[in-house]
Design a protein around this ligand. Sequence first.
Ligand code: BES
Ligand code: MN
Ligand code: ZN
Length: 503
Amino acid sequence: MDVNVEQGSIEASGADTLIVNLFEGVTAPAGATGAVDNALGGAISDLIAGGDLKGKAGEVAVLYPRGAIPARRVLVVGLGKADSFDLEGVRRASAAGVKRARDLNARHVATIVHGAGFGGLDVAAAAQATVEGALLAAYRFDAPKKKEPANEIEALTIVEYDNRRVGAISAAARVAEAVAAGVALARDLVNMPPNVATPTRLAEAARTIAAAHGLGITVGDRAWAAERKMGAYLAVAQGAGEPPQFIILEHNVDRTDAPTVVLVGKGITFDTGGISIKPSERMGEMKSDMGGAAAVLGAMEAVGRLNLPLRVIAITPCTENMPDANAYRPADIITASNGKTIEIISTDAEGRMVLADALVHAAQYQPDAVIDLATLTGACVVALGSGVAAGIFCNDDGLRDRLLRAADATYERLWPLPLYDDYRRAIKSEVADMKNSGGRFGGVGTSAVFLKEFTDYPWAHLDIAGVALAEKSGDYTPVGGTGFGVRLLVDYLRGLAAGRQSK
Ligand code: BES
Ligand code: MN
Ligand code: ZN
């Protein structure tokens, strides 16, 4: 879907489909909705008066102008109550309108920015949310099976009457396009079957990003990791049939003057559990165990497109976790790249193993902040629910605050969880520096304090196990890979680039 911005009156647009909006309780529409209503001889007011249109969130009314204006159809999307309206309301309303337009086989859609008039939202933020809602809702994964050609909207025009707002809206639309491209990439990588989205395929995706935006790239193989004594990562990779790939993308790596952020993503392309094998029921969901890596790669796609004035490094340790004659096993003692030893209790606690060496590697960049994203524990899903929020563990109050602010703005929700020393006692080992599992209780906390052993910088760990893969569709999230984390990371990074914060 091409996105462009035009100054003008929406009722004069040459698009086949117009999208305007209505807050709940409004009986006499004003602004652009009022202008369309006038051009249609009061047709929208009639719907409201007759009780057919209330302006409730999620509601979409369809009107047919029949020559009164150039467009074939007008959609009025409900925005809900004005006093509780926010950017998430904008994304949902925009998504509802665009999905209906697509179902009606619209080709060229014109929309206003939702929420920047009566809604009182910042025009750039509202425009970004309008375009993001539209693009994210239009996302489809092209599964490799034959099917009928799907309806596709070719162009989306944002129409703004006020000339002074057009520049900000155009800039916001470009940001939204970059973000949506990152989310689509992350969703695609998660949605691909695990025999396709192999570590090698993830490395290929990283190479494509690097080539498109001039990023530095290193893809380390087994020998590369062995030279760096990445014993924890290699232990997991030992049983893998697919070659492991330790991927590093560097944006502005020479700009040591700029704030440095390292993004780390768990890249287990399929988690069988290894020798501590998982039950077969729903094991297929473990193709999403590279959701952290996918989010980090998606964020780098957006960072590259936006050419953010920051030094941003992505590290994604990728491998399968398989049972095999060569696989690591319970009772093995493994040495990570910082020299710490790990007693293996469960080979299914593999995420923390690959992250350990990635977090040690991150220190090389002397980062101002390191953020890892990982589908790390079932315990996090038990604690916070499926499709609700990711858990955040953070050793730095400022970093946590900034991430929580980004979570609030993007509705990629984070809920703070504690890094108590008590959890450290649960992974105390008699034979090594630590165990890789602390047992049944507090499983999310013990996984986080395990990771902490490999960090010595401001650090945030996001456990995205419950949010990387959706069982149910949302307003702008279809079933499957969600791309969770891309919008959050980009919002955080853009805030950093704008100088509102220091890490
Ligand atoms: N990839 C899983 C965690 C997971 C569970 C992600 C459900 C998404 C949905 C992880 O590698 C794992 O197996 N964790 C174990 C840890 C345990 C063995 C200490 C778990 O959560 O059971
Ligand atoms: Mn596992
Ligand atoms: Zn896993």
